[in-house]
Design a protein around this ligand. Structure first.
Ligand code: SAM
Ligand code: SF4
Length: 344
């Protein structure tokens, strides 16, 4: 079994991460694999080509890299993918990072499709994970099988129940898809709130080639919000989690409803995050092509110093904002990378 050893990084450069637009970076989204056991049609094609394993960072490298970020003031790490729970021995990384909680790291969390969560929820909670984001686009089994191309909704619901039973705070993420789940959105929100879960709706983004034209399923959340407001009283909440979501309280359910609107409402001014792929490529912007190679730094003669230099370079090149456009049929994606590659 792979063991994540304790690696003590020298504090070569303890300057906080601040980019050229004076945005303080405190949040890392760390992809631990590009692989996935589902094939959500808006995310990746059925015949997705995955990376050779040797290109992917080892658990030790992922840990060392995380320590480098924590040394520069990153307080929150979200482990993602692909599907993070398909990575072998991933709990070792959670345990190792969990030991950094309270020592610079304030929050350790993950985004998962929950297919394997039933087997992991207790271990994750024991490692120090308090909250989990779970992607759920529909509670209709046939629709789930069609959308994700795998008939595993029962396992996903079991995973969600296990997370709740383990005491993890659950937030559901739902991509709003025209003609697919749009009619189900009110029921999903009502169910989530009844279970005590927040739910965040997401606009589909033009990232990576898929078989379909995303224009066909793009559903602006401005429309969804207007429809939900006919049914419920939505009170905008001013408290922000520092992320791109805007929140409403649904007065009738008492739950929170988030909306991530990269297309209809640009949120880049408050961006506090960086993304690292499973191969150690740091993308300072989800929608941009700028990149810094952290794997080369990690595998160099002086990994810690070169990692810190690479982080400085990322601060220099982080763009002001993304330029998504999904209005043109047949257009190229904004970026050739799939969301599963960059880490959602
Ligand atoms: N496999 C995990 C999951 O599904 O939760 C984590 C990775 S997945 C790439 C993270 C999130 O990205 C999911 O909520 C998924 O629905 C979302 N996503 C994937 N492709 C997307 C796209 N093109 N536009 C918007 N959201 C997307
Ligand atoms: Fe896999 Fe998540 Fe992409 Fe679905 S959205 S194919 S679960 S990585």
């Amino acid at each position: 079994m792979t063991r994540v050893r304790d690696i003590l990084l020298p504090q070569t450069d303890a300057k906080p991460l601040v980019d050229g637009f004076q945005r303080r970076i405190s949040y890392l989204r760390l992809s631990v694999t590009d692989r996935c056991d589902l094939r959500c049609s808006y995310c990746m094609p059925e015949r997705m080509t995955f990376l050779p394993r040797k290109e992917v960072l080892s658990l030790e490298e992922l840990y060392r890299l995380s320590l480098g970020f924590i040394a520069r003031g990153v307080t929150k790490i979200r482990v993602t993918g692909g599907e993070p729970l398909v990575r072998r021995d991933i709990v070792d990384l959670f345990r190792a990072l969990g030991r950094e909680l309270g020592k610079g790291l304030e929050e350790l969390t993950l985004t998962t499709n929950a297919t394997q969560l039933a087997g992991y929820a207790d271990d994750l909670a024991a490692a120090g994970v308090k909250r989990v984001n779970i992607s759920l686009d529909t509670r209709d089994r046939a629709k789930f099988a069609q959308l994700s191309r795998r008939d595993v909704l029962p396992q996903v619901l079991e995973g969600i129940a296990a997370a709740k039973a383990a005491g993890l705070k659950v937030k559901l993420n739902t991509v709003a898809l025209k003609g697919i789940n749009e009619d189900e959105i009110p029921d999903l929100v009502g169910w989530a709130h009844g279970e005590g879960f927040d739910l965040t709706l997401i606009e589909v983004m033009p990232l990576g080639e898929v078989e379909e034209d995303r224009v066909d399923h793009y559903l602006p959340l401005t429309e969804v919000r207007a429809r939900l407001a006919q049914r419920w009283t939505l009170t905008p909440l001013s408290d922000s989690t520092g992320g791109p979501a805007r929140y409403d309280r649904v007065e009738e359910t008492g739950g929170r409803l988030g909306m991530i609107t990269p297309l209809t409402n640009n949120f880049c001014a408050g961006c506090n995050r960086l993304r690292v792929t499973a191969t150690g490529q740091l993308y300072p912007c989800l929608g941009g092509g700028e990149r810094v190679d952290l794997r080369a730094a990690l595998r160099s003669d002086d990994p810690d110093a070169n990692l810190q230099a690479a982080l400085n370079e990322a601060m220099r090149i982080k763009p002001e904002k993304h330029h998504f456009d999904i209005s043109q049929r047949g257009a190229e994606p904004a970026q050739p990378r799939h969301m599963s590659m960059t880490g959602g």
